[in-house]
Design a binder for this molecule. Structure first.
Ligand SMILES: [Mg+2]
Length: 245
């Protein structure tokens, strides 16, 4: 289990909110596999938020000659109708739906892609301690390649899994069954970190014992005040205790 430390609360100013930065000490002696989400967990979700809410509607409106607000509403409605499905995360699906080249449009705003604070230190510390670092993402392989091309996380991962490899998103129990067959792991000795509560609930249902959420997936948005899971403001909360890791 993840145990909140009795240490005094450390207040750290980060963006607009003063977080509760009480260190979180995972039970590292009983964890040998760490499953990590990509967007909103290792990487700043700002790129994705900006792309889907602003850049794509703007470029779609330019390419198809429609009003940008109408384009934004149309895209939002289409997204809402398939939320939680694999298509929602699929670049091929959206390129076909909107008749645009999603990958090419993403490349136009690549400068917004970035790691979240202390991510590289965290991944290196996990590697130094012999923990298996597995990226499990609902992002399409095209999107993973784009993110890897402008960040330095890839060399610090032992394996990269896209749910598109299996045909089921992380929200679906079949994803976890496929993952188990593909890469045998002990759910009781596994830590999973993700910014999506529905995904964490799915992992919990499958039996992943150690679960952590992310307070502020998008650096340009305010942190959520609470989630149903123990949650990290940033990875410094874990790195404060290098002896434990
Ligand atoms: Mg995510």
């Amino acid at each position: 289990m993840l145990v909140a430390s009795p240490q005094p609360t450390i207040k750290v100013h980060y963006q607009k909110i003063c977080f509760n930065m009480s260190p979180i000490i995972p039970d590292w002696n009983n964890i040998d596999t760490v499953l990590l989400d990509m967007d909103g967990t290792l990487l700043d979700l700002h790129f994705d938020s900006f792309f889907w809410l602003h850049h794509l509607p703007k470029r779609y409106s330019e390419q198809h000659g429609v009003d940008v607000d109408e384009a934004r509403l149309d895209i939002r409605q289409r997204m809402a109708s398939i939320q939680g499905t694999l298509d929602w995360y699929c670049t091929d699906f959206w390129s076909g739906q909107l008749n645009v080249d999603i990958v090419e449009l993403k490349r136009e705003v690549l400068h917004l892609v970035g790691e979240r604070p202390q991510v590289l230190d965290f991944l290196k510390a996990l590697g130094n301690q012999g923990k298996q670092r597995i990226l499990i993402t609902n992002a399409h392989r095209d999107s993973v390649d784009i993110k890897f091309s402008v960040t330095t996380i890839e060399p610090h991962l032992d394996l990269v899994i896209s749910s598109h490899d299996y045909g089921y998103p992380k929200e679906n129990q079949l994803f976890w069954q496929q993952l188990q067959e593909n890469m045998p792991f002990d759910p009781a000795r596994t830590l999973f970190i993700d910014d999506s509560e529905p995904v964490l609930r799915s992992a919990e249902k499958y039996g992943i014992a150690h679960l952590l959420c992310i307070d502020q997936p998008d650096s340009q948005q305010q942190a959520r005040l609470s989630s149903g899971f123990q949650s990290l403001a940033d990875f410094q909360q874990i790195l404060n205790f290098k002896d434990s890791l």
